[in-house]
Design a protein. Structure first.
Length: 582
């Protein structure tokens, strides 16, 4: 092989890996948050977990991505270790689909059907459709399908390029002698593991082996240990992913490693005992692309059949390896950067924490409002704790989502991130206003002062409106409900009317001496905080509506809404009757 052959080989390898990456990302985006929904619907049944792991991996064409997700779910407490075992086993079988797809390039025959089944025949057609969809389509779904087809086409072109580049090596004695080293099973396993650890994809390393098989220098005796090593090498991704994770996540990575190591040992022992006893004539025959796919699949099915009944023992072994130790509970751990491998899942995790943040802010407001009528020291402390939690949520969410926004993702997921980033600041300010309301209640309690009956009645109406607008805002954010969000702005207008009226009535009470200046300051602070809370709820609702439209022109939306929207006027009048002052 001359220098041009070497360049052709590495160029083909680059195209192959790039195509696999593009196809995998397209499949992940197309699957979207369905992956998380599938993986979370688990029971303790290892067989169900196995089938789900197989299905998800067959769809996204990456056992590494599935396993990393599992490690992240276990780390976040979403999934128990015993549930993860079946998925990991299923992922190993699911990843063999790639090898079967790649083996199509080894099909031979003169009939039209056999010729059509060869990737070199239909791949150009797929590439043409893919580029049209990718460049011309506007919807995420069609663009994702285009990237999948393009990725597959590039992958297969790279495979053909590699095969053509290494074909001349058939006549190179040194290359043939190189593979005689791998008649030693241990060396073959180490070589396969090393190659896969570097590429971090068993599917890719098996594809490289399939490309080399066209030289005829690789026999089944050489290939089988290498394939065994490739299954062990793929564990490196999960092991690296578990660094810095909690003990449960480390145990999930250990289960993946033990499953493959023990499976390889058992398979190789049985294989070589059977070979010694009855002999295998095929062992010295050149391996084909389809033969590699068959061995890869056979091993993973065998390992699963042997290990699945003993999944409980794998869990115990992992627990023996990774000892128990005290770990501080941290509910923000669900924002695991391991999920960046599948951005749709990472966005889901961000939404889960953002919803928890919104509900925490609402709880703080509810407690703060209740203090005005019934002071309680325990609630005072709880409001401070809730406000600190909301602050922490805002910090970690902002950092996480900004990092995530740099990843390759669909427009839909990008909008989901935008919705969260546009609203978490308002939820944080709502919790700050809860603290301000709490301070007003503390002042009234420490000074032993109370509002007049008229002021108390008026505040009660305003507080009910505030409770309602916060509840609607949180629920619309939780459900990402645009129609429900449209109910916020009319209520915010009613709150503005109430605060203006209460302020005017307060001035009249000051004039006739039925209210003191001291209480007036407290009342003014409360009204201002309630008004600001309603403003932040308006911001949240508008963000939900505008992001869903793919824009963020809040001024134009609000201006047009109050002047022309019949639904707004209708809701405004309904709220005005509901929260009317006597």
């Amino acid at each position: 092989m001359d220098i041009f052959g070497v360049l052709s080989l590495f160029g083909g390898l680059a195209m192959f890996l790039f195509g696999m990456d593009i196809m995998g990302k397209g499949l992940e985006r197309q699957a979207g948050n369905k992956l998380q929904l599938l993986l979370e619907k688990l029971t303790a049944n290892p067989l169900k977990g196995f089938l789900l792991g197989l299905g998800v991996t067959a769809v996204i064409q990456s056992s590494s991505a599935t396993t990393v997700m599992v490690v992240g779910f276990v780390n976040a407490g979403i999934m128990e270790l015993r549930q993860a075992v079946g998925i990991i086993m299923g992922a190993n079988v699911g990843t063999t689909v790639t090898a079967w797809i790649l083996s199509l390039s080894g099909i031979s025959g003169d009939s039209f059907i056999m010729q059509f089944l060869k990737p070199s025949s239909f791949t150009p057609f797929l590439a043409l459709i893919g580029i049209i969809l990718f460049m011309a389509a506007k919807s995420d779904k069609k663009k994702n399908i285009g990237s999948i087809l393009l990725g597959f086409a590039v992958l297969m072109f790279g495979m053909d390029q590699m095969s053509a580049a290494v074909a001349p090596l058939t006549d190179v004695p040194e290359f043939t002698r190189l593979f005689t080293l791998f008649t030693n099973p241990l060396l073959g396993i180490l070589a396969g593991a090393a190659l896969t650890a570097v590429i971090q994809s068993s599917s890719a390393s098996v594809g490289v082996l399939q490309a080399l098989s066209v030289t005829g220098a690789i026999t089944y005796g050489n290939a089988i240990p290498i394939i065994m090593g490739q299954n062990i090498g793929t564990c490196i991704t999960a092991v690296l992913s578990s660094i810095g994770a909690n003990k449960s996540a480390k145990r999930a990575a250990a289960v993946h490693l033990y499953f493959n190591v023990i499976g390889v040992i058992v398979f190789m022992v049985i294989f070589y005992i059977a070979r010694a006893a009855i002999g295998f004539d095929f062992i010295s025959e050149p391996v084909t692309k389809m033969g590699i796919a068959e061995v890869h699949t056979l091993f993973n099915i065998f390992a699963t059949a042997v290990m699945l009944p003993f999944s409980g023992l794998l869990v115990k072994l992992a627990k023996m390896t990774v000892k128990d130790k005290s770990e501080k509970a941290n509910d923000t751990i669900i924002l695991d950067e391991r999920f960046f491998a599948v951005p749709a899942v990472a966005v889901n995790q961000g939404e889960l924490l953002a919803v928890k943040m919104s509900k925490t802010a609402r709880e703080a407001i509810e407690n703060a409002i209740s203090l005005i009528k019934n002071y309680d020291d325990s609630k005072v402390k709880n409001i401070e704790t809730l406000e600190e939690e909301v602050d922490r949520y805002e910090d970690v969410l902002g950092t996480y989502l900004v990092k995530l926004s740099n990843k390759d993702m669909s427009d839909t997921d990008s909008r989901r991130i935008s919705r969260i980033l546009h609203t978490i600041g308002d939820f944080e300010r709502i919790s700050d206003h809860a603290v301000n309301i709490k301070k007003a209640a503390q002042e009234m309690n420490s000074k032993g002062i109370a509002f007049s009956s008229e002021a108390r009645i008026e505040l009660t109406v305003l507080e009910e409106a505030i409770r309602s607008i916060v509840a609607v805002s949180v629920e619309s954010f939780d459900r990402n409900d645009v129609e429900l969000s449209k109910k916020v702005e009319p209520l915010e207008q009613v709150v503005n009317d109430l605060t203006r009226t209460i302020k005017n009535r307060h001035v009249e009470r000051l004039k006739n001496g039925s209210c003191t200046i001291e209480l007036g300051f407290v009342l003014s602070d409360l009204i201002n905080n309630y008004e600001r809370i309603a403003d932040h709820c308006s911001n949240i609702a508008v963000a939900i509506i505008e992001v869903s439209r793919g824009s963020f022109d809040t001024h134009e939306y609000l201006t047009g809404l109050k002047d022309r929207d019949e639904e707004f006027i209708k809701l405004y009048n309904e709220y005005k009757r509901t929260y009317a002052l006597s």
